[in-house]
Write a protein that binds this ligand. Structure first.
Ligand SMILES: [Zn+2]
Length: 369
């Protein structure tokens, strides 16, 4: 209830909290700003309650004002599982797994989608559109169903059928698009503009969606008993989850809840690593040419919206974080490790973070404690 405006992350121009997808002046990514002073005067328990049944516990820090518009399937509030076996094997003491498979659709996407669909409803839209590599489709379909909204989803034609099946059962219209994710992204964008439907694509396009990603940071803070971890290792396509979690920690510091800021790691697959490549080479982000990886959920070539990756690289550099890429064989080994040693069934895109951690340990980037 304290959201005030949309602000350009590049040139700082402000806009009212309406339907905007990019800065009119510079085409920069827009984000939501809040009246932190007003939030800060509330008791901590009210500003940042214990993690509970859903993300709306943190509504003070979310951009939806009308309670009647909030759509929820009890997303968020996922467990933080202390790794025992994997941690022993990797010889580190404190490894925790934020198990986002416990969300309603089985992926973290429910956080940004719940916020974006709620905002669309608040703004009076009856139809929502997204481009997705699968998980966003499954998520949007169930939230649109719950909100009684029409839902159109553009997916790359190579998207695994299992992921699309869930969306179909929930009544979504699925449009298969030739080529990689960036083609689907463009189709969704053009269609939404043409018919004036709300585009809730969870890259950086919809400024409300990655506000939902912030709630991971608030939950971690509470689950660590009012403390923050040293590192947060996050799988990244365009990287709104990385940016969102970082923003959540920045907000908590601003509200005086913590002095420390965790270092973020954006993890990509070797077969599609526009962000990691730019980070390593110290160059601008350019579109990835040929996508080739089993980790389809994080395979975003960023063609036409390279600026999204630029924002993530800038954020990581300022944060003292890292971007790195891991090859498919290490991703699959990590998936196996998670299943066999921790009992967590994760898809390759998610397991990539464990493969990256293994590399960080080998390179002495993280201390054993
Ligand atoms: Zn701007």
């Amino acid at each position: 209830m304290f959201a005030t405006s949309l602000k350009c992350t590049a040139c700082a121009r402000s806009y009212p909290l309406g339907e905007h997808y990019a800065c009119d002046s510079c085409n920069g990514v827009l984000e939501v700003t809040y009246d932190y002073q007003a939030i800060g005067s509330k008791p901590i328990a009210e500003t940042l309650p214990e993690p509970g049944f859903n993300i709306w516990r943190y509504r003070n820090l979310l951009p939806v004002r009308d309670e009647a518009a909030m759509v929820s399937l009890l997303e968020g509030g996922t467990p933080l599982v202390k790794s025992t076996n994997l941690a022993t094997d990797y010889e580190i003491e404190n490894l925790y797994l934020k198990d986002e498979t416990r969300n309603p659709s089985g992926a973290f996407k429910d956080r940004p989608i719940a916020v974006a669909v709620s905002k669309a409803r608040e703004l009076g839209f009856g139809t929502v559109v997204t481009a997705s590599s699968g998980n966003g489709a499954a998520s949007l379909a169930i939230y649109a169903a719950k909100a009684r909204m029409r839902c159109i989803i553009f997916v790359p034609e190579t998207t695994p059928m299992g992921k699309v099946a869930q969306a179909t059962v929930s009544g979504a219209t699925i449009v298969k698009v030739r080529g990689d994710y960036s083609n689907s992204f463009r189709m969704a964008k053009e269609t939404a503009e043409h018919f004036h439907w709300m585009n809730v694509t969870t890259t950086f396009l919809n400024p409300y969606s990655f506000e939902g990603d912030k709630t991971v940071a608030y939950e971690l803070y509470r689950q660590f008993g009012g403390d923050v971890p040293d590192w947060v290792v996050i799988p990244a396509g365009a990287g709104p989850l990385v940016y969102g979690i970082h923003k959540g920690f920045l907000e908590m510091r601003r509200l005086g809840l913590t002095d420390a800021l965790p270092r973020m790691v954006a993890v990509q697959a070797e077969g599609c690593k526009p962000i990691a490549r730019a980070f390593e080479n110290g160059t601008d982000v350019s579109a990835w040419e040929r996508v080739e990886t089993v980790a389809s959920a994080i395979a975003d070539p960023l063609r036409g919206y390279e600026k999204d990756g630029q924002l993530v690289v800038r954020t990581l550099k300022a944060n003292g974080g890292l971007a790195l890429a891991v090859p498919d064989d290490e991703i699959l080994a990590a998936m196996d490790d998670l299943g066999k040693k921790e009992g967590i069934y994760a898809e390759p895109g998610a397991a990539a973070s464990i493969a990256a951690l293994k590399r960080m340990i080998a390179a002495d980037s993280v201390r054993s404690d």
